[in-house]
Design a protein around this ligand. Structure first.
Ligand SMILES: NC(=O)c1ccc[n+]([C@@H]2O[C@H](COP(=O)([O-])OP(=O)(O)OC[C@H]3O[C@@H](n4cnc5c(N)ncnc54)[C@H](O)[C@@H]3O)[C@@H](O)[C@H]2O)c1
Length: 351
């Protein structure tokens, strides 16, 4: 197989676990653009082959349908790969609250399978973690060494943060004790085309509701804030961090620049898409289960990633909303979810 090499990037053979998912599929396309050979390992539980439709026939991509819970599958998929981007995970608050055991198994045992296979094959690893590890810490700007403020471990809501924290600790211990070349990124509410709202992701959910002319359902009082980052800003930074030897054993925040409340986000979506929808506040107890806890605020300090690889979130939220809406329409995801796009006509006209 011939591998073309782009200037400044030694072409590699990369394994992307979770490569058929939202972030993973954008990463696969980016790596192919850099000249890499790419192996995708995904069980298609929340991801979809459709996400990779644009590269399915690419001569440098190999798809492996299987689970990171199976060490043999992981070992085979990693064969002759020299680096691993580990994204496969049980993701999404709704999924985690409803199926905590599944989340714990995939996010802890699955990750350890990936890390041990990487040591055996002397492959480097980028572990994709999450801002959820900071829990309820509402600091003005969360640095990577900020304290974790987590709720009761018996609340399933915290199992995702707990498992991802253990993943990071595993990665660091393998780095320090076994010499694994691993670095970590913590994503903060990454958004963009192909993200699905099915598992509780707020932005595609609200955009879908606005397109259908349904009320935009905002949980709690809506004053909880987040900093959304665009997938096209985050993915190149992930690759640059993986390549940088100074990142070994380190964690890097990759988040957005603008803090916005979910209520304001809903109104911005309605304005941007010229939707006739209204906003409806839903108590957390109704949205999830009694006792559900959310973070009031989550604001990243991106300085460390900026200083290492020049990371800067540039894409505006408005342009992301437009692109997510266009994606939902073109892929007819909403249609397949059995909801007609009644409110989409005016937006369609603007495309
Ligand atoms: N999108 C975000 O805002 C965000 C924020 C923080 C962290 N992350 C992390 O980024 C990574 C990718 O998330 P995403 O948003 O693209 O979600 P996603 O659900 O689209 O991607 C996860 C992928 O992993 C696959 N997968 C799940 N279990 C698997 C298993 N046992 N074996 C093999 N594949 C499996 C799914 O099919 C899916 O394709 C995850 O590790 C997630 O924790 C994402």
């Amino acid at each position: 197989m011939t591998v073309s090499v782009y200037p400044g990037h030694g072409a590699r053979r990369s394994l992307v676990t979770g490569g058929a998912g939202f972030v993973g599929s954008h990463l696969v396309e980016h790596l192919l653009g850099l000249g890499d050979e790419v192996v995708v390992l995904d069980d298609l539980s929340t991801g979809s082959a459709r996400n990779l439709a644009g590269v399915a026939d690419h001569p440098r991509v190999t798809m492996v349908h299987g689970s990171i819970l199976n060490p043999l599958t992981v070992g085979e998929a990693m064969q002759s790969c020299d680096r691993v981007f580990h994204l496969a995970a049980a993701v999404g608050v709704k999924l985690i609250v409803e199926q905590p055991l599944r989340g714990l198994r995939i996010n802890i045992h699955g990750t350890e399978n990936v890390l041990t296979a990487a040591i055996e094959r002397q492959a480097s690893v980028l572990l994709v973690s999450t801002s959820e590890v900071y829990g309820k810490n509402t600091a003005d700007r969360l640095r990577e060494d900020a304290d974790r403020v987590l709720g009761d471990p018996l609340l399933s809501r915290w199992t995702y943060a707990g498992a991802k924290g253990i993943d990071e600790a595993f990665a660091k211990a393998y780095c320090d004790q076994e010499g694994l070349d691993v670095s970590i990124v913590r994503l903060f509410n990454t958004v963009g085309p192909r993200q699905t709202g099915r598992y509780g992701m707020v932005l595609p959910n609200l955009v879908g509701q606005a397109l259908r002319g349904q009320p935009l359902t905002v949980f709690g009082d809506g004053l909880q804030t987040r900093c959304f980052s665009a997938v096209e800003d985050v993915v190149p930074a992930m690759v640059r961090i993986e390549r940088d030897p100074r990142a070994r054993g380190q964690a890097y925040n990759l988040g957005g620049a603008r803090e916005i409340s979910i209520l304001d986000l809903a109104h911005e979506i309605i304005r941007t898409l010229d939707s006739r929808s209204v906003v409806e506040l839903i108590p957390y107890d109704q949205a999830y289960a009694p006792g559900f806890e959310d973070m009031r605020r989550r604001v990243p300090d991106n300085t460390k990633a900026h200083d290492l690889v020049g990371y800067e979130p540039r894409t505006s939220l408005t342009s992301t909303i437009m692109r997510v809406a266009a994606d939902l329409l073109s892929r007819e995801r909403l249609g397949s979810d059995a909801m007609p796009l009644a409110g989409a006509d005016s937006f369609r006209g603007a495309l």
